[in-house]
Design a protein around this ligand. Structure first.
Ligand SMILES: *[C@@H]1O[C@H](CO)[C@@H](O)[C@H](O)[C@H]1NC(C)=O
Ligand SMILES: *[C@@H]1O[C@H](CO)[C@@H](O)[C@H](O)[C@H]1NC(C)=O
Ligand SMILES: *[C@@H]1O[C@H](CO)[C@@H](O)[C@H](O)[C@H]1NC(C)=O
Length: 449
């Protein structure tokens, strides 16, 4: 008898041990148990039924002198009561019409959700980050044509937090106060003579840099600077110095007071190129990373182990004169038309990431969200005739690849300082090489004034 008691004690412990698993996964094990075996009065150790490789009991003592080892239907069948709460099943989490087991994780756009045990049941608990793409914003923009632009879901941005977007897809530190005070250059022109539409790519085919993709690296400060300088080298040299300058050179080497893939100041980028010069993209290709600097500050292209150009007799790195600030809408147009694309800094609102086509204006519904600064290249302008009248725009090259926006470009309202895009516009004069190499003979090139 003593032995039997001891054995039953062990069995009871076993049932308790599988108890929680049993309730999670086997709560609906098909019975019947006591209904088939019958209920027994008092204590009867053989009043049992096999269950999950062990035994459960249908006698009155199953809940008394030992740990609970009553069969699942003991309470309903033998006692006519609902089972005590311990027998209540924990099903898991019901979320958007699907049941998930406890511990299950899933990703909901940019947030991780986990099915957690809460009391006797489960609850799906999700992180609460704002995401770059949020269907509520995208839908609101697309359902109101008066916005003048359309939004899209980009698979590269889906599943990323707004925080990541601002940190790693922009990357221009807000100009410091003294730089903002730079006096803009004065131009003389007749704005009436400007064309209604202008595109750098049409005026200077093959000399304008294409669309780049900065990747998940906050380097727009370096990419836009290198691209504007490249365009102007080609234009001013009439195609003889058609090079793509290395943005990675800036990201990796212009590190004093700069933050590489975490952002940089434009004035520091320009003064780095003025003092030390850049090499070309082939010599130091873009890797979207905080790669170590591999170009010496001193010395020319040969010292930096770059291939020398074939058309002109260039030995030095590519340098520029100090960058200049361009003050207002017509000055910007005049500068683009005469010297090439310019660099602009803009405030990026949440909805900008979703831009697809049309003339962008930030919508009020995203203006309370986090913002950041980005630098881009204005390549032209134009006008569109809509039911609400003429809408003026800038045509701008972004650095998020060709799949984003309108082939990598976007249009943004012109003349109203939309997103502060007209506040801090910069141009530069490149130091072009004026010695041409022809049959190994060096000739001076004369450029018209
Ligand atoms: C066993 O069940 C009866 C009837 O529900 C209850 O009155 C009694 O307190 C229970 N005994 C123990 C030890 O839980
Ligand atoms: C957006 O695109 C991603 C990946 O292409 C897709 O998984 C997601 O369901 C899309 N979201 C919406 C709201 O269409
Ligand atoms: C921009 O500034 C120039 C002076 O640099 C001035 O002549 C011109 O009228 C201004 N244009 C606008 C649109 O304010």
């Amino acid at each position: 008898m003593a032995l039997t008691n001891w054995t039953r004690g062990l069995v009871a412990i076993t049932i308790i041990a599988v108890g929680s698993a049993l309730m999670d996964d086997y709560f609906d094990l098909p019975g019947p148990y006591c209904r088939q075996r019958g209920c027994c009065p008092g204590r009867q150790d053989d009043c049992s039924v096999p269950i999950l490789g062990t035994l459960c009991y249908c006698d009155d003592f199953c809940n008394r002198t030992r740990n609970e080892d009553c069969c699942p239907d003991f309470w309903s069948h033998c006692r006519g009561v609902t089972p005590p709460p311990i027998a209540a099943p924990i099903i898991g989490c019901t979320y958007e019409g699907t049941v998930y087991p406890i511990g299950k994780q899933l990703k909901k756009n940019c947030n991780v959700c986990k099915c957690e045990r809460v009391g006797m049941s489960g609850d799906m608990l999700c992180e609460q980050h704002r995401c770059i793409i949020e269907p509520t914003i995208t839908d609101a923009i697309n359902s109101d044509p008066s916005n003048g632009w359309t939004a899209s879901n980009y698979s590269e941005f889906w599943g990323r937090t707004l925080e990541e977007g601002i940190k790693l897809r922009l990357g221009t530190l807000q100009p410091q106060r003294f730089v903002m005070k730079m006096t803009p250059v004065r131009h003389t022109y007749d704005p009436q003579s400007f064309p209604r539409e202008f595109e750098s790519e049409m005026k200077w085919p093959r000399w304008i840099s294409g669309i780049q993709d900065q990747g998940w690296c906050g380097s727009s400060w370096a990419i836009s600077t290198a691209a504007v300088a490249s365009d102007r080298f080609a234009i001013l040299s009439k195609g003889r110095e058609q090079i793509m300058l290395s943005a990675q050179h800036l990201v990796s080497c212009d590190i004093r007071g700069q933050q590489s893939c975490n952002g940089g100041y434009l004035d520091r980028a320009w003064s780095y190129i003025r003092k030390f010069g850049l090499v070309d993209e082939q010599c130091f290709p873009y890797t979207a990373s905080n790669e170590k600097c591999k170009v010496l500050r001193k010395g020319g292209l040969a010292e930096a182990k770059c291939k020398l150009p074939e058309l002109v007799d260039r030995r030095s790195k590519y340098k520029v004169a100090p960058a200049y600030r361009i003050g207002n809408e017509t000055d910007i147009m005049h500068d683009i038309m005469t010297s090439g694309p310019v660099q602009a800094t803009m405030k990026v609102y949440h909805d900008f990431f979703t831009y697809k086509t049309g003339i962008y204006k930030h919508s009020p519904l995203s203006s309370a969200d986090r913002t950041g600064y980005h630098s881009v290249r204005i390549v032209g302008w134009g006008e569109e005739y809509t039911s609400q009248g003429v809408k003026k725009y800038w045509k701008v090259a972004n650095s998020w690849g060709r799949l984003w926006g309108d082939n990598g470009y976007f249009k943004i309202a012109r003349g109203t300082n939309e997103c502060e895009i007209e506040s801090f516009v910069l141009g530069t004069w490149p130091e072009i090489e004026n010695k041409l190499l022809l049959n190994n003979e060096i000739r001076r090139i004369r450029y018209p004034k």
